[in-house]
Design a protein around this ligand. Structure first.
Ligand SMILES: O=C(O)CCC(=O)C(=O)O
Length: 490
């Protein structure tokens, strides 16, 4: 006899109230255990990241170490901070750090006249004494910090270069993966529109994307770091330009939004990366480094908006993010002013802090410029791709302030939060060179007034507009031990 009953379904006996309550209690216990497990597996570094990622309530920024506090207050509040006069004043090493008033006056006096250029760059308001000292920290051997290393006008010069000059080819940026970026540069297209030399009616100001719309093989590229030797899983800033990962406020590196096609068509190259040989960041000769596929779903944007999608560019030896190795056969000319500045910093701190590196041996060979929008973050990681592990890494900050977490050799070490401000110089040497670090937070409303729009300086407006929602970090590294970069590479 035919029956409508589904004979494959187990018969469900109704449960009693007592049983239901028991099940609810069990479920509640399971939830608690899961929460406990999650809490106990979080490392101190992760805890600190989460604390500074939180939006509501906002983090307590006063917990961060602020090297610009009045000296006595700083040392009293932070007994682990040590202070030493720098070996040679920055502006005596290079005028590119900006001329402090005493040097400028001396220069003018020596010339027997008050040179107009000197007068222009004298910045009497600037507290030049701040940058006459290097700061260290007992918990972070090898950290050397020079607050306010660049005067406002020197900062402006470097910011202009980061936006207009260094952001162009031959330096590669994250945009190159997805867009056919013209050699002219996205900033220059933006500038033409900004100055009214052309309008958005002109199709040539819109940068085209690489993938064809109907290209089924082109989903989002992914910077999935789960293969990362650092278990980093975190360089949010290195995702595709329209990835929303950085917008997540819970601190978990959420996956980039995926197109429906991607699930089935994720380029296999992402998972078949060139292996990193233990202890060495090199890849075997002749092994091609797989690049991420272009996304078919990135938007076509006006140049002002496209430039805001710029997350990084690489200087000198170009970097291959998926394998975290250098392209030793792709060496873009290193900007001479950045060679001078980074070597100058190494000279200024020579002999300080116990892990000194001879400035004569320092060569700027690779660099990264990180362009952060206010909601961006860079999660904890270690920079270990350079063959030379003893040369200092020199890092400059411009624009909005941020919280920089400096940890130890692993994520188990609780990091020190540091308030990095525009014009500060941070150097990682010795053990600090191998320390976990990251930027969980860009702090809103911290753009110094001298970087904001001013009626007296209309030429600065375009940069001020960009900086109103941005921070820029420029960091410089030596890749090879001294004398080992071959002439064809250098
Ligand atoms: O933005 C910063 O200050 C740090 C950047 C950084 O850690 C990196 O590029 O590896």
């Amino acid at each position: 006899m035919a029956s409508n009953a589904d004979s494959t379904k187990p018969l469900q006996k109704p449960i009693s109230n007592r049983q239901r309550k028991q099940l609810e209690r069990q479920a509640e216990r399971n939830r608690e255990l899961a929460a406990q497990r999650q809490a106990t597996t979080r490392t101190p570094f992760r805890e600190a990241e989460l604390a500074f990622l939180a939006r509501l309530p906002p983090p307590d920024y006063s917990k961060a170490l602020n090297f610009r506090l009045p000296r006595e207050e700083l040392l009293q509040k932070n007994p682990k901070v040590k202070i030493v006069p720098i070996t040679k004043k920055l502006d005596q090493i290079s005028p590119l750090f900006g001329l402090r008033s005493d040097t400028a006056t001396a220069t003018a006096a020596a010339a027997g006249t008050v040179n107009e250029r000197v007068e222009e760059v004298v910045e009497n308001e600037w507290d030049s004494s701040l940058s006459e000292y290097a700061y260290m920290h007992d918990d972070h051997p090898g950290l050397i910090y020079i607050p306010a290393g660049f005067t406002p006008s020197a900062q402006k010069e470097l910011i202009r270069n980061c936006l207009a000059k260094y952001s162009r080819h031959p330096n590669k940026s994250n945009l190159d993966t997805h867009y056919i970026v013209p050699d002219e540069g996205v900033w220059q297209l933006h500038e033409k529109v900004f100055k009214g030399e052309t309008t958005l009616e002109d199709p040539s100001v819109f940068v085209q994307k690489r993938a064809k719309v109907d290209d089924q093989a082109a989903g989002y590229g992914s910077d999935d770091d789960s293969d990362d030797e650092d278990n980093n899983n975190s360089k949010d800033k290195h995702g595709p330009p329209d990835a929303k990962k950085h917008k997540e406020s819970n601190g978990q590196a959420a996956p980039a939004p995926k197109s429906a096609t991607e699930a089935v068509s994720k380029p296999s190259s992402i998972r078949t990366l060139v292996p990193i040989i233990a202890g060495s960041p090199t890849v075997p000769d002749g092994v091609p480094k797989a690049d991420l596929g272009p996304s078919a779903t990135v938007p076509i944007l006006p140049p002002s908006q496209l430039f805001r999608k710029m997350r990084w560019i690489t200087l000198g030896y170009q970097y291959h993010w998926p394998s975290k190795t250098y392209h030793f056969d792709q060496n873009a000319p290193f900007p001479s002013e950045l060679c001078e500045l980074s070597k100058g910093v190494v000279e200024a701190i020579e002999g300080i802090g116990g892990y000194s590196y001879p400035s004569k041996d320092f060569v700027a060979e690779a660099g990264v410029i990180n362009y952060y929008q206010l909601k961006d973050r860079l999660m904890g990681h270690v920079d270990r791709s350079e063959l030379n592990k003893t040369a200092p890494l020199v890092s400059f900050s411009f624009g909005h302030s941020c919280i920089y977490l400096l940890g130890g050799p692993d994520r188990e070490t609780a990091p020190t939060p540091i308030l990095l401000q525009s014009g500060d110089i941070l150097v990682m040497t010795g053990p600090c060179r191998a320390a976990f670090h990251g930027v969980p937070r860009i702090i809103e409303d911290t753009l110094p007034s001298y970087l904001q729009k001013h009626e007296q300086e209309p030429g600065w407006d375009i940069c001020a507009d960009y900086l109103a929602e941005a921070r820029i970090n420029l960091n410089i590294r030596q890749v090879f031990p001294p004398g080992q970069a071959t002439p064809s590479q250098a």
